[in-house]
Design a protein around this ligand. Sequence first.
Ligand code: AMP
Length: 719
Amino acid sequence: MSDDDGMLLNFDTNADFGEKTVAKVTGGRWKDRRRLKMMVTGQQPNKKRKIEKARENDRERQEIVPREASVGKNVEVEAKNARTAPLVAGPQVVSSLFTSNREISTSSNDNARDESAVHKPSNAPLFKDTFESVGVQELLVNHLKEKMRIQKPTSIQKLVFSYLLLADEGRDKDLFINAQTGSGKTLAYFLPILSRILQMNVRVDRKSGCFALIVAPTRELASQIYSVISMLTNCCHYLVPCLLIGGERKKSEKARLRKGCNFIIGTPGRILDHLQNTQVIREQLSHTLRYIVLDEGDKLMELGFEETIRDILNILHQVPVSTERYPQLPSRIVHVLCSATMQNGAAKLGDVALNDYKLLSTRKKKHDDAINEAPDQLLQRVVVVPPKLRLVTLAGGLDEIHRKHKQTKSSQTSRTMVFLSCSDSVEFHYETFSSNDAYHRNLVGESVRLMDKGNSILPSFLSDTDPDVVFYKLHGSLSQPIRTSTLESFSKDSASTKGKHLIMFCTDVASRGLDLPHVGTVLEVDPPFSTEDHLHRIGRTARAGQSGEALLFLLPGEEEGYLGKIKPYHPKGWKLLKYDEDLLKPAFQETSVRRSDRNDKPDGTIHDWDTNATTWHLNVERRVLEDSTFKSLAIKAFTSHVRAYATHISDEKAFFNIKLLHLGHLAKSFGLRERPKGIGAQNSSEKDSSKKTPKENTKNKMFRLARMAVKESASEFNY
Ligand code: AMP
């Protein structure tokens, strides 16, 4: 049966039924004669022809092979045909994954990484120095070594300690700390603060007042700083931190403030809210506040917190500082601004928040006027992937990482982060991968034959027969408790995650400052919205001297030019991958074991990797066709992705130009066989007069909505 189906699918009925060969049709009504003639010649009535013509834009001069619509009938045969030629399923066009893709122009790597060289970690602790030698208080040194397993300071820590801790001439100056991601910035500014309080040898407790206020751009980062401080203050439990973040109950935060705290950590909006409306916070800060830390300064500016920060500073600068109380502490408020990148935003915040400051940076001198760099030990890889193949290449990429995970010690947990541009896309990819096999078993029925246990032609991790993989999703549209518990589960080794491969699909909400342990690989499937974002995303791996890998996806064409833009950030170079040879082939190639497993198949056919990749993709497409919830997820994801694409900063528009996106091909990587119609229809009711104005075409409407989205981009992440 399956063979016959295959034959049918290959018939090209258009080819041999030209006008001349058709027998004359006579008799009956003219309409019937016309319809019959059209049927025989394969032509379509006018209206249908128009629709078909519109679709042709997407098909791009491809040869069209009509086939019968046979959803779920024979994925394998369909895949074999679809591999090289597009299919027409009734009104559906199934374009082939591997044809009509734009050529990739980056054939040689002009920033190749020297893989034979040993790349020493650039953000690792220093071997020569000790915490004692840089003046950290003894109790803390012991606590760091015994409880936190931190033995030696990193270079940025050593540098900051010399200004905030040692009796240096620059002591108590405002500081602008600029250091690589994962270099220990939190301890760099907080250890000296805590150390000086402990060195006072004065009895202090939670009622003594608040000494430091730390502002972070995201709730996640604020929570993480809070945990680091909580961990450090375990050795001096009479000192208490307090967390104030959006999404939490203000009432319980007020109650905690009333009990007293020595360090306040929070997000700008919530801190300002309390400063304006909660009397007790001002009482806590009066006379004792000595340090204001603004963490991730550039992100604070990017998210539009400049005014909020100004308001916070105005209020805090009116709070009295009494030098009689705690004279061992600075005699004025010391401002510390941290940023892993030093682009315009951070510099501007420096002007707003700092007075006569000292810039502390571990950057190499040659880039003094420019930028920060990726850690030397981070292995950056780049792959140029045609838009149609993005989803299947992501599957290949994840499979590669999973195979490496399988080779590591069984007790070791691997963590992978997949960065996407928007919440909807995270939802779609999470759903696609996390319920992949379950879906096939339940819905596709017959086609699952190829994916049965032990008989899989799919990447190993894509089967839920592999209990080793746990999928997560994180984005700003999830509620705060879910965001918090997701991060907790992803980052902590527990009985349910130990030894597993944890894969998290996320937006940039997870890119800033988060210190998630042992993230082995970062995949940037959607390119970052700025080079700073790129550094922050890849900075989730290769932290504090550990190794790590990152893989950046780019589209063929203008996006390839982005490599020139990020080259200075990667002085150690990168490795250029081929999406087919390096990612798809190894993942979808049948191993000899799999082949022998499949000898019991009736036809004994052995398929090439590209057929297998196509099979996998067709199953995603089928799911979109059959499962309406999944379909709306795919459409939403595609639409939001295109809108988000328009939010690339103007500096980088030359590489990420929405007008040059091939929407039809891009839709394919969301499992959609054609570009969704009627995008933005929800707004149509608002425009009653629309009948009078000329009709806007779908593409223009999408661009207009994309421009609107630029303005709303910050709220997307719901910081
Ligand atoms: P941060 O840049 O503050 O997010 O810190 C990155 C990671 O480095 C965290 O996991 C810290 O616990 C760790 N870390 C900070 N300082 C040191 C150090 N001196 N030695 C080893 N690890 C450190």
